[in-house]
Design a protein around this ligand. Structure first.
Ligand code: SAH
Length: 218
């Protein structure tokens, strides 16, 4: 039987390196994370295909190439503080953690925050998952070296840029007129000075306001 490491190696070679991702850190991290453990058991066998997959609650785990591209744009370094908005399955957080980043990840749907938190803890990943709204509702103190938004944003929230350190990066799929989204990489020079560049077109599930789920009963 083919082990998952072989599947991961093949995914990285055929879907990611072949499409021009060069960052050694990203390629290595994506070979080392067991993507199948972030999926519902019935979909484990499909984990390595070139596509997003459903994870319940009408949400998806992103296509492997998209995870790789967003991570390459963010370029996290060992020991850096990274904020993710949209934990979903937890797979993207695990890739960031595998690169040595210290990750805080916000998820608005309670059941997903819980299941991804469990999957990440089970693998010993250094990720703090919070059931929180990453738009106006749940601004963490920061500062961060990087902010990665993994849901389609209609517009930029100001605080995503404000919590960045000088030299910090914000990566976000921003809605464009044609219907999908385009990845924006914003590098903070200092203060309100930014260097913005546009990258791949993509299609994420929407960023929505407010939390969903029941409060814990005492
Ligand atoms: N990074 C994820 C992709 C998840 S899909 C992965 O690797 O699997 C996007 C996720 O963003 C969904 O789980 C959705 O519930 C969440 N989301 C949408 N709007 C949000 C918001 N305002 N705050 C936090 N999470 C949000």
């Amino acid at each position: 039987m083919t082990s998952w490491q072989n599947m991961a190696e093949r995914m990285v070679r055929e879907q990611i390196a072949a499409r021009g991702i060069r960052s050694e850190g990203v390629l290595k991290a994506m070979m080392s994370v067991p993507r199948h453990l972030f999926l519902p058991p019935s979909l484990e066998e499909s984990a390595w295909i070139d596509s997003p997959l459903p994870i319940g609650e009408d949400q998806t785990i992103s296509q492997p190439y998209i995870v790789a591209k967003m991570t390459e744009l963010l370029s996290p370094e060992e020991g850096e503080e990274i904020l993710e908005i949209g934990t979903g399955s937890g797979y993207q957080s695990a890739v960031l953690a595998a690169m040595g980043a210290r990750v805080t990840s916000l998820e608005r749907i309670r059941t997903l925050a819980e299941s991804s938190g469990k999957a990440l803890a089970g693998l010993g990943c250094a990720v703090k998952v919070l059931w929180s709204d990453g738009t106006e509702g749940g601004r963490p103190e920061g500062p961060f070296h990087g902010v990665l938004v993994t849901a389609a944003a209609p517009e930029l929230e100001e605080w995503w840029s404000e919590v960045l350190l000088p030299g910090g990066r914000l990566v976000v799929p921003l809605s464009v007129a044609s219907g999908g989204q385009r990845m924006l990489l914003r590098v903070k020079i200092r203060g309100k000075n930014y260097d913005d560049t546009w990258h791949d077109y993509c299609r994420f599930v929407p960023l929505l306001k407010g939390r969903r789920g029941q409060e814990t009963e005492e």
